[in-house]
Design a protein around this ligand. Structure first.
Ligand code: HEM
Length: 219
């Protein structure tokens, strides 16, 4: 596959998979916001998703593939970049750009750990959820609402989620703008606007996800 053979191609793969993952994160937030509408809304939403059966599994496999491509090539590019420049610069030309690109690998690794934890928590229900068998609502559906609310009653779990959300914000504040640059979609007049767009998207996601956590804590 030609794209994987050059660093520009790998950058394009990281950018495109990153954007598709952002699309998932936006849709996932919309689903999670149903927590505000109460137990019936979020339990019905979760049951509807699970009733799609094989479609859910196809979707999960596609997401896993996108995630794997994004992580593997992002790590590879970071290793290549640092070995291409073994000596630190005498003087940093652009402190902000250097800080942002360096923090991408750090926030990316923390996000990776968060997503593994999150899937074990809410999808696998093997960590942070007690007495899973009892989590059934009055209509016999799995009680996602109580699982989420009980989880956010734990300070440790809430902190894990807040750290995950802050890393997501930092990662996307740089990553979204970077997508447009990688694909050559910016020029001198749109460069700043694209950077701002990345920050707006990441702030909206941060506020939305933190609101869901706070809603869970408050219930
Ligand atoms: C307040 C924050 C969040 C809440 C309350 C939440 C809630 C949930 C729940 C309840 C599920 C299980 C869905 C089910 O199997 O019925 C889930 C799955 C998932 N979440 Fe989240 N989520 C949050 C944040 C995030 C973030 C920030 C990401 C990505 C960066 C994310 C990525 C995923 C993924 C990949 C899955 C697996 C999807 C699947 O099971 O098919 N979530 N989430």
């Amino acid at each position: 596959m030609i794209l994987t053979q050059s660093s520009v191609g790998r950058k394009i793969l990281v950018a495109v998979t990153g954007l598709l993952l952002v699309a998932f994160i936006c849709v996932h937030l919309l689903g999670n916001l149903s927590l505000f509408a109460g137990a019936d809304a979020i339990n019905a939403y979760a049951e509807k998703l699970h009733s799609l059966g094989p479609v859910v599994w196809i979707f999960r496999l596609v997401m896993l593939g996108l995630f794997a491509v994004h992580v593997i090539f992002a790590v590879q590019l970071t290793v290549e970049n640092s070995s291409a420049r073994p000596e630190a610069y005498m003087q940093k030309v652009n402190e902000e750009a250097t800080f942002m690109s360096r923090s991408m690998i750090v926030t990316g690794c923390i996000l990776f750990a968060f997503i593994v934890y999150h899937i074990l928590h809410f999808t696998g229900r093997v960590v942070g959820v007690e007495n899973v068998e009892a989590l059934v609502d009055a209509t016999g559906r799995f009680d996602v609402y109580t699982m989420v609310v009980q989880s956010f009653n734990s300070v440790a779990i809430t902190l894990i989620y807040l750290i995950g959300m802050v890393c997501l914000f930092l990662h996307l504040a740089h990553g979204v703008g970077s997508f447009f640059q990688t694909l050559g979609l910016t020029n001198d007049s749109t460069f700043d606007a694209v950077g701002k767009l990345g920050k707006v998207v990441s702030i909206v996601l941060l506020v939305g996800y933190v609101a869901v956590v706070i809603c869970g804590v408050a219930k």
